[in-house]
Design a protein around this ligand. Structure first.
Ligand code: BG6
Length: 480
């Protein structure tokens, strides 16, 4: 007997900005990701407010879900998906984010997508905002730094809630809201980069601006949750965080304390606000030490309390260690999410340390703290795939990654965690968010698209496709 719920939400995850393409079709406006060039593991992608000729902007075509949605949803159904995580492109509905009325052609596109999912009995899980703030809001308000953006976001939420109230039950407010803790989050999530032109890795570290912008996202998210709960009681509203699991590098108390401190900022702060409904007291010291002052308006604190989420979701790719020893820090190759490497773990080709047991540990920590249903909405291995002449792709490394993580997830359920579902990232190849490349593939389905912009966008099943199909059919019992 499977340890998982009978209605476990097996599926896969995507995001409009990396998947949909059709960046200016049917009235869509430009989002921040449409303004980012391609990059690679060694050459960072860049934000260029002015379009550069002869430069590739990979989100603009991406892997073209816009024109392939029927075929892709049929592939998802063939694998047995119960759930399809996707996001709505804000600028397809409100091209600048500031219009009074939504763009009907944009709304109609998602009607077609939800109807197609429904026809196959697949439940959509919709991220409202996944790394695609309207670029006009960046230019007008410096992104989420401007409090005005809260109202723009709420207008967007009201439009999609009303339109899709009978088609979508599960919603996530912001993708990886805690990416705003890191400088790169200023581009990906907050849009606090008015006038910035350059590599995503060199955005200035403006903590005051980022934490103020995050406050606005907290308020906007809470208002959206409150609106949903009041008007659409059938909705289930979730938050979404990166969980960058951290271990002390040694059992030296200084490492342990540093690890606790870093984990609070990175992993717990945003979720504590969105799940518990208030700023945690440990942030006071952090704000004081970094001269951060959050401007709040009257009523903000009440709103945070009133708009707490029904379930918690997260992405989990890797873990890292924290060391208070400056020599170790200086010698260590950093991870995307900071820290130093763990001598017991191997890394992907992009240096992300692979740690399936960390997923079990994390699920237990999360459930102990929040006691609400959890869902792993991103997990997976970005890797170079080889397309054989006969069209097959033998991605045993990806199967090994997914297998070991699912096994640990099941251990966590045995430990007592209430787990709703699992949607591995980029179940079909999409553009990488951090590097803007196609070469870093996560998919169980291969898309013929390459970093020089070539490719006919045809879809091919990888070995992992057939493996995952078996996993879903057995409700996670058959991982062989
Ligand atoms: C998460 C994001 O950070 O990780 C996705 O929510 C992203 O948008 C995924 O694509 C994998 O990261 P990357 O940089 O390898 O694409």
């Amino acid at each position: 007997m499977s340890v998982l719920r009978y209605d476990f939400l097996w599926g896969g995850a995507t995001a409009a900005n990396q998947y949909e393409g059709a960046w200016d079709a049917d009235g869509k406006g430009p989002s921040i990701s449409d303004m980012c060039t391609s990059g690679s593991h060694t050459v960072p992608k860049r934000l260029t407010p002015v379009f550069e000729e002869h430069t590739l902007y990979p989100s603009r075509e991406a892997t073209d879900f816009y024109h392939h949605y029927k075929e892709d949803i049929a592939l998802a159904a063939e694998m047995g998906f119960k759930c399809f995580r996707m996001s709505i492109n804000w600028t397809r509905i409100f091209p600048t984010g500031m219009e009074e009325a939504p763009n009907e052609a944009g709304l109609a596109f998602y009607d077609r997508v939800f109807d197609e999912l429904n026809r196959h009995g697949i439940e959509p899980l919709v991220t409202i905002s996944h790394y695609e703030i309207p670029y006009a809001l960046v230019e007008t308000y410096n992104g989420w730094y401007g409090r005005e953006v809260i109202d723009c976001f709420l207008r967007y939420c009201a439009a999609i809630f009303e339109r899709y109230q009978n088609k979508v039950k599960y919603w996530l407010t912001f993708n990886e809201i805690n990416s705003g803790i890191m400088p790169m989050g200023a581009i990906l999530s907050l849009g606090t980069v008015k006038g910035y032109c350059g590599p995503v890795t060199e955005v200035p570290d403006e903590k005051q601006i980022r934490f103020q912008a995050l406050h606005h996202q907290f308020v906007a998210g809470a208002k959206a949750v409150k609106l949903a709960h009041e008007k659409y009681p059938q909705f289930q509203m979730g938050c979404m965080c990166i969980f960058a699991t951290k271990y002390p590098r040694t059992c030296h108390p200084s490492d342990v304390l540093l690890c606790q401190k870093e984990s609070r900022i990175m992993n717990w702060f945003c979720a504590d606000v969105q799940v518990r409904g208030a700023y945690p007291s440990y942030m006071n010291r952090y704000f004081a030490e970094h001269q951060i002052e959050i401007r709040r308006e009257e009523g903000d604190d009440e709103l945070l309390k009133e708009g707490t989420v029904d379930f918690y979701t997260f992405s989990y790719y890797m873990s890292a260690c924290e060391s208070a020893d400056q020599e170790i820090v200086a010698a260590a190759a950093g991870n995307l999410v900071g820290g130093v490497s763990n001598p017991y773990l191997k890394a992907s080709d992009w240096g992300w340390q692979i740690d399936p047991q960390g997923l079990r540990y994390t699920l237990n920590e999360l459930y102990d703290r929040y006691q609400i249903p959890l869902m792993v909405v991103e997990n997976g291995l970005g890797a170079y795939d080889k397309l054989e002449e006969d069209g097959s792709i033998h991605d045993s490394y990806r199967i090994a990654y997914l297998r070991s993580h699912i096994a640990q997830m099941e251990e966590a359920v045995r430990d007592g965690v209430d787990l709703m579902g699992y949607t591995p990232w980029g179940w079909i190849d999409v553009v990488s968010a951090s590097t803007g490349e196609m070469a870093k593939r996560y998919g169980l389905v291969y898309v013929d698209k390459y970093d020089d912009g070539t490719g006919d966008l045809s879809r091919k099943k990888k070995d992992s496709f057939y493996w995952y199909q078996k996993v879903i059919k057995s409700n996670g019992e058959d991982l062989a």
